[in-house]
Each structure stands twice: as C-alpha cells, then as structure tokens.
Design a protein around this ligand. Structure first.
Ligand code: MN
Length: 232
C-alpha cells in the first residue's frame, strides 16, 4: 500500500445501468461546434473543423443532482450532449473500427461560463476558464452498447424548469461518433475510461440559482441537475 504525502484525489467514475460495476473515468474530451444550428446561433463558421478541448475528470458530477452556481461567471450556460464512453483505444484508430472501442453512452452537460468564451477566443487564450471549471461536467449513468446497440440517432432534449430549450436528433451531428474517435486518436492515445462529450445542438442558454435542468436522449437514463447557491 503506497503512502501519499497529501490526501490523494478522489476516484472519478460513472455508474453503469443494470450493473454493480463502475465505469472509471480517465479523461473527458469534448467536441465543440458539432451541430449546424448551434454553430449558427454562436455566429461561428460552419466550415471550421470541430473544436477539441478537455475538462478535468474531477469536474465530473456523477448522475447530476445539485451543483453550485460557479464562481467567476455571470452567464452560466447549459449544453446538453451525448457522451460516449470508451472501453479501449489507441492511436490512429480507423473509422471503420471506431465502434469496437465504445463501451456505452450517457447523457451529459457541458456547463459553460459563456461570459468568458468570447474573450478567450478574441485574445487567443485557452478555453479552461470557460469550460474546465469545478462541477462543469454532470454525466448520467452509462448504458452499455450490449444494452442499446450502436447509437447514431435518437432524440435529445433539454428542459429548463419543464420548458423545452434544446430538441434535436443525434443524427444531426456534423462529425459522427466514429469520425470523432478516429480524429481524436490522431492527436491522443485514447484509453479505456476516456469519455467524449460530442457537442450540443441549438438552444443553449443561461441558467440561474434554483433552475432545474432535465436532460435526455432516447434509450439512455435521463439526468436532472439543479443549480444551487453560488459556490464559496
Ligand atoms: Mn459543448
């Protein structure tokens, strides 16, 4: 048993639907600009390649629940996304083999400090401030590919206080899941435990203390997130 000099970080994992086993999370990759209507609402160029960024794994909020309104923002946005969980990986995975590496799927939220995004972009600064903050990655339980099969379509919806704000179909992804896995593996060695947030459709918006977000994708376990009091 190794003795650490300070308290080691908590484990990061997701629940698995219908199993007592847990899905350990190694990295949280995120794809930006992957639904046309969202690119248009963000005034971005739809011909740009999708953006790749990461969130720290301790930003994960397993199964949602209450998250504090984050510090350092006055414009907290939700982005409902399909999350893909990998059971294996490697470099340079060909598209036709990509689905062999998928363990399963979950519903997730890419919470965003929207007020810092434009400044980061305009000044060529990293995206951590806008995307990689504490509690910024609520993710529901993983449904295995054995249960649901390969997911390339299915309705996604996000409601705020019962009112639908995002409604789209997974089939509208610009970069499909197999292409995302292939592209990511050109840049990084993908590993078991990696999860990928695949991008959000149109309808993003701000939330505030007390708001309740209901996120769902057909066939997956839905997730509810409540925005609590301001952190710290
Ligand atoms: Mn996103």
């Amino acid at each position: 048993m190794k003795a650490y000099a300070v308290e080691p970080p908590a484990e990061s994992y997701l629940d698995i639907v219908g199993s007592d086993e847990k899905f350990p999370v190694r990295r949280i990759y995120c794809i930006g600009k992957n639904y046309l209507a969202h690119i248009i609402e963000m005034n971005a160029d739809e011909r740009d390649p999708p953006v790749v960024f990461m969130k720290p794994r301790d930003a994960l909020v397993r199964n949602g629940g209450e998250i504090p309104y984050p510090v350092f923002t006055k414009n907290l946005h939700y982005e409902c996304e399909l999350v893909v969980a990998l059971k294996s990986g490697g470099y340079n995975i060909p598209e036709f083999e990509a689905s062999k590496h998928i363990f399963g799927y979950a519903v997730g939220l890419d919470m965003t400090r929207r007020d810092h995004q434009a400044g980061a972009l305009a000044n060529g600064l990293p995206w951590e401030v806008t995307k990689a903050f504490d509690h910024s990655a609520p993710v529901g339980p993983v449904t295995s590919i054995e249960e649901i099969g390969i997911v390339n379509s299915g309705h996604m919806s996000l409601k705020v206080n019962g009112e639908t704000r995002q409604s789209a179909d997974i089939s509208m992804l610009i970069w499909k899941i197999d292409e995302i896995i292939a592209k990511l593996s050109e840049q990084y060695e993908l590993r078991p435990g990696d999860i990928i947030m695949t991008g959000t459709p149109a309808g993003v918006g701000a939330v505030t203390q007390g708001d309740v977000l209901d996120c769902s994708v057909d066939g997956l376990r839905p997730m509810q997130v409540r925005i609590g009091d301001r952190a710290a």
